[in-house]
Ligand binder design. Structure first.
Ligand SMILES: [Fe+2]
Ligand SMILES: [Fe+2]
Length: 471
């Protein structure tokens, strides 16, 4: 389908042919812009940012680069092209034609899945609102805004589904997306990791490494959905999500590289006096972000997850590549359990362990980057390894929520935990130190003291390109 570039809302969903839907979205748009101005990146009205804008889903259209006046960014609605004769790949309806409309009997569940996903998108923008003030370079500032505008677009993607397929209650849910706010005591965001603050750049890079990776796995599971518009929406969002994780992974790598340079130069593990972030501090940030992200996958055993699967609404990661019956009513698996203060495993129906399986896939994917981080450290002949903490560490949801564990998975008493927790999790002093490093660097090509320059610039441009113009 051809896109009308002049549309207020660039799209490939035929908006101009659906007056009712177009009007609903045009009504929602001012509320969205209001929200962006009030809770999106602070004081950016005059900025021109070198951004990627999606104007179509074709390979030459979804990544259009140029300086954009931030408030004029055009948030569009894009679905990946339909797969002809797509069939539902799992659950009771396996083998049936994928649904182009919401099946009435699954309406509530489907809406809940879309709202839960949608809610995380504006939440992350709110969480990152103040970061632009302390950017370590123009390159990084541009990347922050790129992530922000795309999370805004992801909200549009979910709001489109609500408006187009859920009638009045969909419209109400779309309004609520702008009413809940990250960290608001009265109307918080739905998932806890999206109520935390992200007010330093180490946290931002960890966020885009860990939280955005959770996004990848949730979107991948939803892209298997029998509800075809959701599947196609998520498939397109995944292409953008890859960049967010790139920002996180390369950001952490650049910090580690700088830390290692300073360690070598000063022959000391403590690089704080030299304006670097020591490896122990980086490890604490990993421990924090990874553990709160594991909570995002929910309880290891979940009848909701089993129902979503059987109904054909949310699949597993890369469902089609898994070699089993995709119905799972007769399959068993092992899940962790805690009994008498000991961690072991027990048999469970695979169907109820869907969350756990997705979390395991996430853990594997998270480990890949950690291995790359350690390679940098080894290259400097430094004898330290970064690690993902054990799944039992610092958990608030699931089987581990009532125990205290060290990062290596040893169960601790309450007093042991209190005594040691700040060896593993950021303390107020750690936060204060990291925040003390957060001074803005806005001269093109210059980097803050605690981070190495990137290997290359954006879209073939030099590192010292003026990625953000302030007027
Ligand atoms: Fe997103
Ligand atoms: Fe993202």
């Amino acid at each position: 389908m051809k896109i009308n570039y002049n549309d207020l809302i660039p799209n490939n969903v035929g908006l101009s042919d659906d007056r009712r839907l177009l009007r609903a979205l045009e009504r929602w748009q001012p509320a969205y812009l209001n929200w962006w101005n009030e809770l999106g990146p602070i004081d950016t009205e005059t900025f021109q940012v070198y951004l990627r804008t999606a104007i179509s889903v074709e390979s030459n259209g979804w990544a259009n680069y140029g300086h954009v006046h931030m408030p004029d960014y055009r948030w569009g609605i894009f679905l990946s092209p339909p797969e002809p004769n797509r069939k539902i790949g799992f659950g009771y309806h396996k083998g049936e034609e994928a649904w182009s409309e919401v099946p009435g009997e699954y309406r509530t569940e489907l809406r809940r899945l879309i709202v839960t996903q949608g809610d995380t998108e504006p939440a992350s923008v709110e969480q990152q609102r103040h970061l632009g003030k302390t950017c370590p370079s123009l390159y990084d500032l541009r990347n922050l805004f790129q992530v922000n505008v795309e999370e805004g677009r992801h909200l549009w993607a979910m709001v489109y589904l609500l408006h187009a397929h859920f009638g009045r209650d969909g419209r109400e849910e779309a309004d609520e997306m702008l009413d809940r706010h990250a960290g608001d005591p009265d109307k918080p965001r739905i998932l806890e990791a999206f109520n935390e603050t992200t007010d330093d750049w180490l946290s931002f890079f960890m966020f885009t490494y860990f939280q955005d990776r959770d996004g990848k796995f949730q979107l991948a599971a939803l892209s298997e959905s029998g509800f075809d518009p959701l599947s196609r929406t998520c498939r397109f969002m995944l292409t953008e999500e890859a960049h967010h994780m790139f920002v996180g992974e390369t950001g952490i790598m650049r910090i580690i590289q700088r830390t290692c340079e300073l360690m070598q130069k000063h022959d000391s593990d403590d690089v704080r006096p030299f304006g670097g972030i020591d490896l122990l501090t980086i490890q604490k940030w990993i421990n924090f972000h990874y553990s709160i992200c594991l909570d995002l996958f929910g309880s290891e055993k979940s009848t909701n997850a089993a129902n979503y699967y059987s109904m054909g609404l949310k699949g597993r990661y890369q469902e089609a590549k898994i070699n089993d019956d995709h119905i799972l009513t007769n399959s068993q698996t092992l899940v962790p359990k805690v009994e008498d203060n000991k961690i072991s495993t027990e048999e469970s129906a695979l169907l109820t362990a869907i969350n756990y399986k997705l979390r395991e896939d996430y853990a594997k994917d998270s480990q890949r980057g950690i291995s790359r981080f350690n390679k940098i450290i080894r290259n400097y002949a430094i004898n330290t390894e970064l690690k993902l903490p054990d799944a039992a560490f610092n958990r608030n949801i699931g089987v581990f929520k009532d125990i205290n564990c060290s990062p290596d998975g040893t169960i601790l008493s309450q007093s042991e935990w209190q005594e040691h927790r700040h060896e593993w999790l950021p303390s107020e002093d750690d936060y204060a130190f990291v925040r003390s490093l957060m001074v803005p660097v806005i001269e093109p090509g210059k980097m803050a003291s605690w981070i190495a320059p990137p290997k290359r610039g954006i879209h073939g441009l030099d590192i010292d390109y003026e990625y953000v113009m302030f007027h």
